[in-house]
Design a protein around this ligand. Structure first.
Ligand code: T46
Length: 138
C-alpha cells in the first residue's frame, strides 16, 4: 500500500446557534466498518506516539480537540498531515508507518479502527517494516 491511498476526509458538520455537531457513519463516511474506537489524550508536551505500522488494520484519526501532526511513511515516501479540526479526519490504510507528534496542550486524538486490538497486527521495528515494503514491490 502507498501513502497515496491515505487521505483527509471531510465529515458532515451541522452548525447552529448552539454550536457544531459532526457525525460519522460506518462505511459511509469512511472506507471501512468500525469495530473499535480509542482515544489518546493528556499527551505531555514533546511526546510522540505511533512508531509502528499495521499489517491489515484500517484507521481513521480525528483531532476532536486541539491539534497534532501525523507523518505517514510507505517505505518510499513520507507525507505529513496536520489535523486541527473535528470535521476533518485522516484515513490511514494498512501497511503504513505512522508517527504522531506536535500535540497541542489538551488535544484529543480520536481513532476509529476496522478491527479489534491485536498486537500481532503491529510492525514495531522500522527495519522490518522497510524490509516488508521493499520485498513486496515487484
Ligand atoms: C495507532 C496510533 C494512532 C490496547 O490494549 N488496546 C488498544 O486498542 C490500543 C490502541 C492499545 N492498547 C495498548 C497497547 C500498548 O500496551 O495500549 C498501549 C499503548 O499502545 P501504543 O503504544 O500502540 O499507542 P500509540 O498511541 O503509540 O498507538 C496507537 C495505536 O496502538 C496504533 O494502532 O495507529 O495509536
Amino acid at each position: 500500500m502507498s501513502t497515496d491511498h491515505c487521505r483527509i476526509i471531510q465529515l458532515p458538520k451541522i452548525h447552529d446557534e448552539r454550536g457544531n455537531l459532526t457525525f460519522i457513519e460506518s462505511s459511509r463516511h469512511i472506507p471501512f466498518e468500525i469495530k473499535r474506537v480509542y482515544y489518546v489524550y493528556d499527551v505531555p508536551g514533546g511526546a510522540e506516539r505511533g512508531g509502528h505500522a499495521h499489517k491489515t488494520l484500517h484507521q481513521f484519526l480525528i483531532a476532536v480537540g486541539g491539534s497534532f501532526s501525523v507523518i505517514l511513511d510507505d517505505g518510499f515516501r513520507k507525507t505529513e498531515f496536520y489535523l486541527n479540526r473535528g470535521y476533518f479526519g485522516l484515513y490511514v490504510c494498512p501497511g503504513i508507518w505512522r508517527e504522531i507528534n506536535n500535540f497541542s496542550t489538551g488535544s484529543l486524538c480520536l481513532v476509529l479502527t476496522s478491527d479489534f486490538y491485536d498486537e500481532e497486527d503491529y510492525i514495531r521495528d522500522y527495519d522490518s517494516f522497510l524490509a516488508v515494503c521493499h520485498d513486496t514491490v515487484p
